[in-house]
Design a protein around this ligand. Structure first.
Ligand code: GDD
Ligand code: MN
Length: 375
């Protein structure tokens, strides 16, 4: 159970879960990132509970909700793991049916679905959230037509899974959509049971725009792999770059000066985006933020220094427009930039032995370019 500030829900949650799993061997693991008194409440309840209750209070909330779930998988006594929210939107009374379904051993994952026959989503706060939920579900299913063909609700946070069927090391949990991460990474046998998504018992939802951002990045990372995500960021940067060049030349700025201004703005913006969305999983092992920024900024400026004269040459000799010349040179620069960032900017800090051979470098490029996607 991932929890973030769910203190007023814990007692009722444990009561209903305990009643639901009577006669079964089970434990509850709270993986908690709270800033309120949730840990104290959990400890108090654990002291008098028939069910064993464990509390993992994390110092760093790595991966948010999804990271907490993976940590719970690692800590669990049993291979059969059931994930649910800590706010009673997921009715504990559904647990026996889910466990029994998984025990039949013809599925690796049992998904409790709001959208399967008989399920409802009335606990979604308002019409906007219903629309966001339905649209993102449809888009996601369209992006993974094979892996998600048997799931109506890949976004649910209520599911049971046989831990042995998933490869925990390949998961890159970031934010809320941990089930999607599990289902998209590996082909699994999935079955669904419908459920009623209830109103929150107490407290408020932690969903946010930031979670929306994580979700889009997660979709892109799962679908296209790291190199393509880098390309998406580069593409956004290129559009921004073209726009600035166009806007400045339109008001009479010389195209070379316009290109320099556009390049600097794009360099900083791109760096912040790839920090956040492309290489976030490599930041911890890499050098410090400012050192990474220096390397990225240095490289991109050197690249721009080379690119802009080439672009000027193209404009002067081929008489093509400065916008098209910028576009062509940006595309050519893309590959070099990806390789430099994955091998130099986000290289792990050195620990003794120097990686040497050209073969090792090729393997690294391959490794980065082929980060998990789906065929
Ligand atoms: N450990 C930890 N760390 N738990 C977290 C964090 C975090 O950073 N953020 C949220 N949680 C916990 C909450 O305490 C709650 O138990 C659960 O994760 C779900 O969070 P809610 O704040 O209740 O989110 P929601 O109701 O908007 O989202 C639910 O519906 C989504 C589908 O619409 C969840 O079930 C999601 O998993 C689900 O995708
Ligand atoms: Mn909730």
């Amino acid at each position: 159970m991932p929890t973030y500030n769910e203190a007023p829900n814990v007692v009722e949650l444990v009561r209903r879960i305990s009643a639901a799993v009577v006669g079964r061997e089970a434990e509850i693991i709270f993986v908690d990132d709270s800033t309120d008194d949730t840990p104290d409440v959990v400890r108090a309840v654990a002291a008098s509970s028939r069910l064993p209750i464990r509390l993992i209070h994390r110092a760093e909330k790595t991966g948010g909700l999804g990271g907490a779930v993976v940590e719970g998988f690692r800590a669990a006594q049993s291979d059969t793991c059931l994930v649910m929210d800590g706010d009673l939107q997921h009715p504990p009374e559904k647990i026996p049916e889910m466990l029994d379904r998984l025990a039949r051993a013809d599925a690796d994952v049992v998904v409790a679905s709001r959208y399967a026959g008989g399920g409802t989503a009335h606990g979604l706060a308002d019409r906007t959230r219903v629309l966001v939920s339905k649209t993102s579900t449809a888009v996601t299913k369209a992006m993974f037509p094979v892996r998600l063909r048997d799931v109506t609700d890949p976004m649910t946070g209520f599911f049971a899974v046989d831990r042995r069927a998933i490869d925990l090391a390949t998961l890159r949990p970031q934010g809320f959509k941990i089930l999607l991460e599990i289902l998209a990474r590996k082909s699994l046998r999935i079955t669904e049971v419908p459920f009623d998504f209830a109103d929150r018992h107490a407290g408020e939802s932690k969903a946010s725009f930031l979670q929306g951002g994580h979700f889009i990045a997660q979709l892109a990372a799962l679908r296209f792999g790291k190199m393509s995500l880098f390309a998406v960021v580069g593409g956004l940067g290129a559009v921004a770059n073209l726009f600035v060049v166009w806007a400045l030349t339109a008001v009479g700025v010389n195209y070379v000066i316009a290109a320099v201004i556009a390049a600097e703005l794009t360099i900083v913006g791109n760096f912040l985006l790839i920090e956040r969305f492309v290489f976030h999983d490599m930041r911890h092992a890499a050098s410090t933020f400012w050192w990474r920024f220096a390397k990225s900024f240095g490289f991109n400026n050197a690249e721009a220094l080379i690119r802009i004269p080439i672009m000027a040459l193209m404009v002067e000799t081929w008489h093509i427009s400065s916008v098209i010349a910028t576009g062509i040179t940006l595309v050519v620069a893309f590959l070099v930039r990806f390789v430099f960032h994955s091998l130099v900017v986000y290289a792990p800090r050195r620990t003794g032995a120097r990686p040497s051979a050209a073969r090792h470098i090729l393997e690294e490029i391959d490794e980065q370019a082929m980060q998990p996607g789906e065929i």
